[in-house]
Design a protein around this ligand. Structure first.
Ligand SMILES: [Zn+2]
Length: 379
């Protein structure tokens, strides 16, 4: 029986099957399998048992082709399983992330416990910003807080754009525009930072602390942003007093921001301190206010009264926030709506609108004063 020694070699690009026979030699041929891109070289014409060597080669080719197909099928199944696992994992994560439920105050971790008069409807910790921002569209204890300042911020952005579009650049000076800009930037910063805080406060202890610092900084920025234009128009003819009061305001602003950076400042037990710091800073306007009232020109009384109204709204809001009225008298009844923080937010936005009217009123009166000044002709 004629021995046939066969070597089969696979290569990655074009698998080549080479055969050698110790007896057979001679003519060879090369066949190419189109489907598998396999090149087959044959070096013998026949074997001893009468079977043509070409058919042996073809048998190997079939075996090679089958093996390759099997491997391809295996890879395909593996790929399919991997993709299916990824899709299933993604679906489970999405399901879990969207499946949170509001919880009772007692179920919250310590760092999320703030107002024990709100019993139900609290968000649990949501350690993902995506989840936090999606929670804006769900009902819980923070929904009202988020939207009252979120819509307030949007309103002030629109008012700022409107004021800039309708600003009379021929009649009014660059400083007039700057004063408006300072005021709007302060209000928008405060309302935006507050919205971010109320949205992300449930993310984690660290994020909550960082966002609460942003929130307090925003309050300080709004107070100084309100003071600068009011004092500018209030002491329009007395630049020394204007600069003196502004300097005091900026120093108080920096002090309140530094205190806000203290890690424990946001803890519930320091609520009275928080209220105290911002009330002292806000009420520091009383001194220039009294001064202004003494030297006040009668036609500015309207704006003066608006500033008093604005101050009263802030004080009422801060007082309600500090002593938690009305939920103190209706525990568990203001979990979603009419809680003190929401009322405080609405009063802050209202006060900001009142203040804007006061500034605009004074700016218009100062402009008319300038226009009414007699022109002195030089002989
Ligand atoms: Zn708030």
């Amino acid at each position: 029986m004629q021995r046939l020694q066969t070597t089969v070699t696979f290569s990655s690009s074009a698998e080549e099957i080479s055969h050698s026979s110790d007896e057979a030699s001679g003519g060879g041929s090369a066949n190419t399998d189109d489907k598998t891109n396999t090149r087959i070289k044959t070096h013998t014409k026949s074997s001893s048992d009468g079977q043509p060597l070409v058919s042996v080669v073809k048998s190997h080719r079939r075996n090679g082709s089958l093996r390759q197909r099997f491997e391809s099928a295996e890879q395909l199944v593996q790929k399919f399983v991997t993709e299916a696992e990824a899709v299933a994992e993604h679906a489970v994560i999405k399901l879990c992330s969207d499946a949170w439920h509001v919880c009772h105050f007692n179920a919250l971790p310590k760092w999320l416990q703030d107002n024990d008069f709100l019993h139900k409807g609290h968000r649990p910790p949501l350690p993902s910003f995506r989840q936090c921002f999606k929670s804006v569209f769900r009902l819980h204890t923070e929904t009202g807080n988020i939207w009252t300042h979120g819509l307030g911020a949007a309103l002030f952005v629109l008012l700022f754009a409107y004021s800039m579009v309708t600003f009379d650049y021929r009649e009014r000076s660059f400083v007039d525009g700057l004063m408006l800009g300072i005021y709007f930037c302060g209000a928008i910063t405060c309302l935006s930072f507050s919205t971010i805080f109320h949205t992300c406060s449930c993310h984690s202890r660290e994020v909550s602390k960082f966002c609460s610092k942003l929130d307090y900084c925003g309050i300080s920025i709004q107070i100084i942003g309100s003071m600068i234009p009011a004092l500018y128009y209030g002491f329009y003819d007395n630049q020394i007093m204007y600069l003196t009061y502004i300097t005091v305001g900026v120093v108080l602003c920096i002090i309140s921001i530094v205190i806000s950076m203290w890690d424990k400042f946001s803890e519930p037990k320091f609520r009275p301190l928080r209220v105290g710091v911002f009330l002292v800073f806000g009420l520091s306007n009383v001194v220039p206010g009294i001064h202004w009232a003494i030297v006040l020109e009668s036609h500015l009384i309207g704006s003066f009264l608006l500033f008093i109204l604005q101050g009263m709204l802030y004080v009422i809001g801060a007082a309600l926030y500090a002593i938690r009225i009305p939920e103190r008298f209706f525990p568990g009844k203001c979990d979603y709506w009419f809680q003190s923080h929401q009322i405080f937010h609405i009063l802050v936005v209202t006060a900001a609108i009142v203040h804007l009217n006061g500034i605009n009123g004074m700016a218009a009166l100062r402009l008319s004063e300038t226009q009414l000044q007699p022109v002195v002709e030089v002989q």
